[in-house]
Design a protein. Structure first.
Length: 356
């Protein structure tokens, strides 16, 4: 198969000697964009499956050792699928896949992303099942319709919203904040106990929202007055919703660039620029705090993690004396970059709630 060919309809083939299905498809996207489309839960839900179903993510932790579960909704029926991510890296994803209607039938899926140049990528996917009968049942189930309709939706997503597939730090300020706030919002809405402790000493989950909802309006008050909304002490979900709605509106309004925020420490900046500089990253980091405190998936966007870690390390001699975060914590040799980031900030990167 030549890389000069353009495979615009998925090639679905059965291996001769093993119960394996191979799928090959080309996309007008970079490998990084295809990787994000397969690992970002919102993007994945937007394209996977045939037109007749809607996908809802139950949980999604796209990292090596993580797990996932989603539901396909169609005409009042629900079909649930789940699995584990065995390996997640930019050029390769290995995961298990199970339909909960047949929990004993587990397939092992491997996806690789071949860079064809000129902004094109060839997706190679294979599914290894437990028997030839199982493989043939999949092939005869109409899976080709779901695969091709799903990939057509992915084509449309790439064409209409390529920015959403770009690395998070490189997106426009409004889109970067939208993506980061969406992840925090997802955690907020899943909290069942707002008084649990967090990795931030002496803070509860409620205090995380209170912190975000109070310090930003105070800092911006010389340039814009934000509606205080309900206090987090009584309604943490409402407090976050109120703040998030106003911040996103500022980012989305081009006229906001004409509003100048002045501060002796930060200088003069357009309002969206200063919010991006001092607040978007704070929401990003506190997503981890809230997730750890409440037992939710805590994996953050790796590109944002890398940029934050490298940027803070480079400015450590200026940042550390400000007292904005604690003392560097020890990390094991096998620590991930995300764990190293939070240890740098003074958190125990493997903190978990105390046993009740």
């Amino acid at each position: 198969m030549s890389t000069n060919d353009h495979i615009t309809t998925a090639r679905i083939e059965a291996a001769e000697h093993v119960p394996l299905i191979r799928i090959t498809r080309d996309f007008k996207a970079t490998p990084a964009q295809l990787f994000r489309a397969h690992t970002d839960p919102d993007l994945y839900a937007a394209w996977v499956g045939p037109h007749s179903v809607q996908t809802r993510i139950d949980y999604w932790d796209a990292r090596s050792g993580g797990s996932w579960r989603f539901l396909n909704l169609r005409a009042g029926e629900e079909f649930a699928f789940r699995g584990c991510f065995h390996e997640v890296r930019p050029d390769r994803i290995v995961q298990t896949f199970t339909w909960e209607g047949m929990p004993d039938a587990v397939s092992l899926e491997t996806m690789t992303f071949e860079d064809l140049g000129d902004g094109r990528t060839r997706l190679h996917a294979q599914s290894l099942v437990d028997s030839f009968e199982g493989r043939d049942a999949w092939l005869q189930s109409g899976m080709d319709v779901g695969v091709n309709e799903g990939y057509a939706k992915l084509d449309d997503l790439i064409a209409s919203d390529a920015a959403a597939l770009s690395p998070l730090p490189q997106r426009a300020l409004a889109e970067k904040y939208r993506a980061i706030a969406s992840e925090f919002d997802r955690r907020v809405r899943a909290v069942s106990d707002w008084d649990v402790p967090t990795p931030v000493k002496e803070w509860t989950a409620r205090d995380i929202v209170d912190h975000l909802a109070t310090w930003l309006p105070a800092v911006l008050s010389s340039a814009v007055q934000l509606d205080p909304g309900p206090p987090a002490s009584k309604d943490p979900v409402g407090a976050w919703e109120n703040l998030d709605r106003q911040v996103q509106a500022i980012f989305d309004d081009p006229a906001s660039m004409e509003i100048i925020h002045a501060n002796p420490n930060t200088g003069e900046n357009p309002l969206p620029v200063i919010i991006d500089r001092i607040f978007t990253g704070d929401v990003f980091l506190h997503t981890w705090d809230l997730a750890r405190a409440t037992g939710q998936p805590d994996r953050l966007d790796p590109d944002m993690v890398h940029d934050a870690y490298e940027g803070m390390r480079a400015a450590e001699e200026f940042l550390r004396p400000t007292g904005q975060f604690g003392e560097q914590q020890p990390v094991p040799d096998d620590a991930t970059e995300q764990e190293r980031l939070f240890a740098f900030l003074g958190r125990d990167p493997r903190w978990s709630p105390p046993a009740s």
